[in-house]
Design a protein around this ligand. Structure first.
Ligand code: C2E
Ligand code: CA
Ligand code: CA
Length: 807
């Protein structure tokens, strides 16, 4: 028990400083020393040597002093240190203290004889005592177990016991008659009283450590509780300081209210301006919120809801409405459990409410025009269709698309584009019935949900009105801007009752309106559906084929008429569709032009033809067709130059074929492009001459190198005198202007004869070869063999003619 107490006191000493530490150390020493001493003397009480025994008072007390002093030293060493050195040092001090106490005590024993010691046993006692003491101190300082104090105390008690009892075993009392029997020393009874006193002291110390421990714990708990209280007080003060919440306190039985300054200023009133009565509050609540507020208050009063909580409007001093979040809780009830007093807060949620409303509006409207947006348009359409299905009503969807909007955006600028969209939106909104809805779906796409009069007549007249309204010119910063409008219409229930289907059908009708020249409207027609779908699929496939390089080029030979010698090829594009077989260019070139895919297609053809031709052994020419749309692109000369550089084809081997249409779109521009191309060394051929305007002025004004007489004339030269006259005239014109004339579509020997006789310079047609992959002309290109187009079996009119030609 004394060891346990001593360690408890030592723990206190370790946790204190200054004088307190000194006092705890002294107590530790006293407890430990007393324990060591009493162990010795309790054992001595049980020691019954065959001689009478007495104790010397001085030495007995000295032995207690020695025990206490050495324990003090040992405790001091271990108080602040836990190192192994400190443990061993402290252990040795303590062990020697125990030993010193023991032998001092033994020296104080008075017997009629002497003690004789077995030295080996004494050494063993010292050694085992030291080991056990060090172990005790190690356990106490390093805490390797859950109960370090108890284990250390047990070990130390073991050390003390071992030292005493092994030493006693080493002692043998040898009677010596020369020494008188003790009678003047301490009697056994006195020693027993002394031991009891020491033991009580130890008990007292033990109680003291226990008490100190408790005290410390209570103190610690008190300190943390105090801190928590401070924090919560501080929080409240801060909350009131920050003043974002208004506070209110309502005495329900008297109707008196207290409103904090913030409550009042939140609504624009001066502090103390309003009467402190619940009527004041009731007057300020928005009429639409009052009933609900009273209902919620009652529910809280009746205990149905733990708090009163409501977002509502209150009248500000300036008469406007402000949003608050009110919260309250009954804090007093009478003995009948009726509420007496309720207190609560007001939080200003104006900003949040405004944001919420804005977000709600933004989610449903288009930011630019303020019209309904796509999402909510589809929602409205779904509703209208459900109505139509349930009540047998009707409605229609109009899909609107501006014609030429992109041009405005690109040429006048995006600001103008935005202004234009706003104006268009306003014009459409002005003309529709209040029951109808107009929405902007994105870009220059609009839609109208027609519920007012969805008959064919009604829809037609509305569509016409919208087209003419949008078609009126706009003034924008001094400029006049004009756009067109195309409309596609689908009706419910006849064209569909499912939102997606109806919408896609209106879109198909729009597509058709666009294909049919724009600035018009079309109502969905099931018969047209298929044709348009096919076209759309084709368009989709064309995009894919362009991306995947699924096109190929065929080459048709062009020969010198006089010698039938090969001079070049015309490159003609081919599309092998996996499902539809070979699609003729007459079908997909116009499609590519409409969809804008033509630029990618044309670039591909140019690049492919040039790189192919660059690899030919003979410097034959290659002619490439350019569609009017491609020709209008301003960067065409740069593009071609780039391709020539890239492929290494000499410019004078490239020929561009264009039709008159390409030139008439914008003469000035066309002229400048042609001049730039010619300056590069590229030659220009006028294709399909005779089918268009066939204007002589064009021929004179533009720097053509070649005229290609259209195959429709060549096919007629033998049967139609007019065709022959025209061909002759063109040939004469070419000669007088110094321009080479070529004939295309030469199929028979008679046609060839005629052309040779009329001094046509170049010929092209099935008679000399059909357009084919370049591989079919490998020998002719290499120059290994003469071109045999002139004798190729061609569809000729008569055997005689064939003979004549062969000869
Ligand atoms: P085009 O420029 O007048 O091309 C000549 C067309 O006449 C070719 O039709 C060719 O196969 C055909 N042809 C050639 N010799 C004879 C003949 O002896 N008799 C008959 N009846 N026809 C003959 P294709 O290849 O179907 O091309 C049609 C049109 O497609 C071309 O007319 C051209 O305007 C356009 N085209 C073809 N390839 C391209 C291209 O790569 N780019 C552009 N922009 N247009 C192209
Ligand atoms: Ca051509
Ligand atoms: Ca042609």
């Amino acid at each position: 028990m004394s060891c346990h107490t001593a360690f408890g006191l030592l723990k206190q000493a370790r946790e204190s400083t200054g004088w307190a530490a000194f006092i705890w150390l002294a107590a530790t020493a006293a407890a430990a020393g007393a324990g060591i001493w009493s162990t010795h003397f309790i054992a001595m009480l049980g020691y019954a040597p065959p001689l009478s025994i007495g104790y010397d008072v001085g030495l007995t007390l000295a032995s207690l002093g020695v025990a206490i002093a050495t324990a003090f030293g040992a405790a001091m060493v271990i108080r602040t240190a836990s190192s192994s050195t400190a443990i061993v040092a402290s252990g040795i001090i303590l062990t020697s203290g125990i030993a010193a106490m023991h032998f001092t005590g033994m020296a104080g024993v008075r017997i009629p004889g002497r003690f004789v010691w077995d030295e080996a046993l004494v050494a063993a006692a010292l050694a085992s005592g030291t080991v056990l003491t060090c172990a005790a101190l190690f356990v106490f300082t390093r805490r390797p177990t859950r109960y370090p104090r108890a284990v250390a105390a047990t070990l130390l008690a073991g050390a003390i016991g071992t030292l005493h009892f092994v030493s006693m075993a080493a002692a043998r009392a040898v009677p010596d008659p020369s020494i008188a029997a003790p009678d003047d020393g301490l009697a056994r009874g006195a020693l027993a009283v002394g031991i009891a006193a020491v033991m009580l002291t130890i008990l007292a110390f033990s109680a003291l450590t226990l008490f100190a421990d408790r005290l410390r714990r209570v103190n610690r708990a008190l300190a943390s509780h105090g801190a928590a209280l401070r924090v919560s007080e501080e929080r409240l003060a801060r909350a009131l300081d920050a003043g974002s919440d208004g506070l209110w306190d309502w005495n329900i039985s008297t109707g008196q209210t207290w409103l904090s300054d913030r409550w009042l200023t939140m609504l624009g009133y001066e502090p103390g301006e309003l009467e402190g009565h619940v009527r004041t509050w009731q007057r300020l609540v928005h009429p639409q919120d009052e009933a609900k507020a009273l209902e919620l208050l009652q529910a809280h009063f009746d205990g149905h809801s733990p708090v009163y909580e409501f977002e509502h409007r209150l009248r500000r001093k300036d008469g406007s409405w402000g949003w608050v979040l009110a919260r309250g809780k009954v804090v007093e009830r009478d003995n009948l459990d009726l509420p007496q007093r309720i207190v609560g807060t007001h939080i200003d949620i104006e900003g949040r409410k405004i944001a919420e409303q804005q977000i709600a509006h933004m989610a449903r409207h288009d930011g630019l025009t303020g019209l309904t947006n796509r999402t909510s348009f589809h929602e409205l359409l779904r509703l209208a269709l459900r109505e139509a299905a349930d009540a047998g009503g009707a409605c229609a969807v109009m899909c609107l698309d501006l014609d030429g909007f992109k041009m405005v955006n690109d040429t006048v600028g995006h600001m103008a584009g935005d202004e234009l969209l706003k104006l268009v939106a306003a014009r459409i909104a002005e003309r529709i019935h209040p029951a109808d809805t107009v929405a902007r779906l994105g870009g220059d796409e609009f839609a109208v949900l027609v519920k007012s009069n969805p008959t064919n007549e009604g829809l037609g007249s509305l569509a016409k009105e919208l087209i003419s309204a949008v078609g009126e010119p706009f003034a924008y910063s001094g400029q006049t801007i004009e756009v067109g409008l195309s409309i596609g219409i689908a009706r419910a229930p006849q064209d569909g009752l499912v939102e997606q289907l109806l919408f896609s059908r209106a879109d198909l009708a729009l597509y058709q309106a666009k294909a049919e020249g724009r600035n018009c409207y079309r109502i969905f027609d099931a018969a047209l559906d298929e044709a348009i779908t096919r076209r759309r699929e084709l368009e989709r496939d064309l995009r894919m084929v362009l991306a995947n390089e699924g096109l190929e080029l065929h080459y048709q030979p062009q020969v010198r008429a006089s010698t039938r010698e090969l001079v070049g090829f015309e490159a003609l594009v081919r599309w092998r569709h996996p499902a539809r077989g070979s699609i003729p260019p007459s079908e997909f070139i116009p499609l590519a032009e409409e969809t804008g895919l033509i630029s990618a297609l044309g670039e591909w053809v140019l690049r492919t033809a040039c790189s192919e031709a660059a690899g030919w052994a003979r410097p034959l020419k290659v002619a490439v067709n350019l569609s009017p749309r491609e020709f209008q692109q301003g960067d065409l000369p740069d593009l071609i130059l780039g391709i020539l550089t890239e492929t290494g084809l000499s410019p004078n081997r490239l020929e561009i074929e264009i039709t008159e249409t390409a030139i008439f779109a914008d003469m000035g521009r066309a002229l400048s492009i042609l001049r730039r191309l010619k300056a590069l060394g590229i030659s220009i051929a006028m294709d399909d001459f005779g089918t268009g305007y066939a204007s002589l002025a064009t021929l004179q004004a533009f720097p053509f190198d070649k005229i290609k007489i259209d195959r429709s004339f060549i096919g007629q030269v033998e049967v139609s005198p007019q065709a022959a006259v025209i061909v002759r005239a063109v040939l004469g014109l070419g000669r007088s202007l110094g321009i080479c004339v070529a004939a295309e579509g030469v199929e028979t020997i008679d046609q060839m004869r005629f052309l040779v006789d009329e001094e046509c310079e170049e010929l092209q047609g099935y008679l000399f070869g059909k357009p084919q992959p370049i591989g079919s002309f490998a020998e002719a290109i290499d120059g290994r063999e003469a071109f045999e187009g002139a004798i190729a079996p061609a569809p000729v009119r008569s055997a005689a003619a064939q003979m004549a030609f062969a000869s």
